[in-house]
Design a protein around this ligand. Structure first.
Ligand SMILES: *Cc1c(COP(=O)(O)O)cnc(C)c1O
Length: 517
């Protein structure tokens, strides 16, 4: 570090918060551009003897920028302070309970990050020749085997980069399977409670969606299913337990009926928390299953970070899996192979491999009996909450649920005008992330809680107490609830407007709102 840099650092740190940034007079964190002081940098390179090269000798002129990239000029000190402050303004899985249903947000053990950060894993380029990454290949193959054991399947691809990418892969496999048998099937059946990615993937995969109604039990309507089945059906996509948190009791009968007309069963395994070590999609009769490692297996979901959506399949679909796949040769060494009728790549490289490393770590530290305990605790916690909340927030379907419970604020809304959204926003003031709201679409004022196995009884009690307080407030002071959250750095925003009119600076915002002087 040069003396100049030390001086610079002290100068920018001296003013305390947002030292070099304009004073904004409110609690808003400035953007990095507002800190920018021309010439200031967050890095320093030593001068050396290496002569500069003329870049135009290496790259065609038409590929070069004519203007430099516009970046903020900030010191390392200001940069770190900025992101540290921002990180404290966010709710996070490491801060408290995050009972977001459907998109599991549980606490993830730090040992998994520790392993994924090992230089032997993190610093390897995906294009490294197989001979130099034997360890990585062994690890990927073991991940595939463990995931197949968990799901009861024959083989898997680790390439898909997220749940939806896994769904598309599964549907392409479904198409390839039927095509290889000389059949052109056009329809895929999906219940009306399904996750929104399901119908989107079906369409992208080249099929038409047939929507199936949910019956009064909150389950697949068997009669409607049987009426929808014919030789045109490529398959059915099911989530089990479904997105109402209920187990499809008729799954054996459903599987038989779909197989009888030559269709395949796709299992949306984004969330395996309810069934780990207890029951397997393969044993229920499913042919294809995708998993969200970034929900169930130690990578938090959301925030736009990398995910992994491996797809495991039954024996008859193995020849169609994406390639290249890791393989162990007869001489014990590891390499790559492509299945005989492979649908090809679904990822530019081998998938988001560090997410796989985290997942394998998680699976191994728990072991079979540990995973079973994960499922038992997850289901117990959800049912505890279901019963404890029943007075003010009745369950949409009043029976034993699995890892999540969908309750309704419909009665509360009719009586007090306080909506599910108000309850969710107010919960943030109490130090809890909100549940999933308004999903599944078939439940009025839906609040979907997934407490997960990682929350203690004390935390669940505190969450339920907070929800009860909110219910009483709905009676006594409904307007306050419409204004929530009042204590968070960012209060209630108009989400639709915020997405359509992205205004990154205070000045631009004031101008857009006609507030500038
Ligand atoms: C999260 C989720 C998906 C989609 O996963 P992404 O990784 O977000 O693409 C699909 N189905 C269900 C049931 C989910 O909860």
């Amino acid at each position: 570090m040069s003396e100049g840099m030390i001086e610079e650092t002290h100068k920018s740190a001296a003013g305390g918060r947002a030292s070099s940034a304009p004073l904004l007079g409110d609690d808003r964190e400035p953007t990095l551009f507002e800190f920018s002081v021309p010439g200031r940098t967050a890095y320093q390179l030593r001068t050396n003897e290496i002569p500069a090269i003329d870049i135009t000798e290496l790259l065609p002129v038409e590929h070069l920028r004519s203007e430099p990239v516009e970046l903020a000029d900030v010191s390392e000190r200001d940069l770190v302070a900025h992101f540290t402050r921002l990180s404290h303004r966010q709710f996070a899985v490491d801060l408290g309970a995050y009972p977001l249903g459907s998109c599991t947000m549980k606490y993830n053990p730090k040992i998994c990050d520790e392993v994924a950060g090992l230089p032997g894993l993190a610093d390897v380029h995906p294009g490294t020749p197989a001979a130099l990454v034997q360890g990585w290949l062994a690890l990927m193959l073991e991940t595939e085997h463990v995931l197949c054991e968990v799901t009861g399947m024959a083989a898997a691809t680790l390439q898909p980069a997220a749940g939806a990418a896994g769904e598309l892969t599964g549907l392409l496999l479904m198409g390839a399977y039927h095509e290889a048998r000389g059949e052109k099937r056009t329809r895929v059946i999906i219940p009306d409670s399904a996750h929104g990615t399901n119908p989107a993937s079906v369409t992208l995969g080249g099929f038409e969606v047939t929507t199936l109604p949910t019956d009064e039990r909150g389950l697949v309507d068997l009669e409607a299913l049987k009426a929808a089945l014919d030789g045109d059906v490529a398959g059915i996509m099911l989530t089990n337990p479904n997105t109402l948190g209920l187990f499809e009791e008729d799954i054996k009968e459903i599987a038989e009926a779909v197989h009888e007309v030559g269709g395949l069963l796709y299992y949306d395994g984004a969330n395996l928390n309810a069934i780990l070590g207890v029951i397997r999609p393969g044993d229920m009769g499913f042919d294809i299953v995708h998993m969200n490692l970034h929900k169930t297996f130690a990578t938090p979901h959301g925030g736009g970070g990398p995910g992994a959506g491996p797809v495991a399949v039954s024996e008859r679909l193995v020849p169609f899996l994406p390639g290249p796949k890791p393989v162990q040769h007869d001489d014990g060494t590891f390499g790559w192979m492509s299945p005989e009728h492979s649908i090809g790549r679904v990822h530019a490289w081998h998938g988001n491999t560090l997410v796989l490393a985290r997942a394998l770590t998680y699976l191994k530290i728990h072991g079979g009996d540990g995973l079973r305990r994960v499922a038992e605790r997850a289901v117990l916690n959800a049912n505890w909450l279901r019963v404890r909340l029943a007075e003010h927030y009745p369950a949409a379907y009043d029976k034993t649920c699995m890892h999540e419970v969908v309750v309704s604020a419909g009665a509360m809304k009719r009586k007090t005008g306080v909506k599910g959204l108000d309850v969710a926003k107010r919960l943030l003031e109490e130090g809890f992330h909100s549940p999933t709201v308004y999903f599944p679409l078939i439940v009025e004022e839906a609040l979907m809680f997934e407490p997960t196995e990682t929350e203690s009884l004390q935390t669940l009690e505190a969450l339920a107490d907070a929800l009860d307080r909110i219910a009483l407030e709905a009676e006594s002071d409904p307007d306050a609830l419409h204004a929530a959250p009042r204590t968070t750095p960012v209060r209630r925003v108009d989400e639709a407007r915020a997405a359509r009119m992205l205004i990154p600076t205070q000045d631009a915002r004031d101008e857009a709102l006609g507030l500038s002087t």
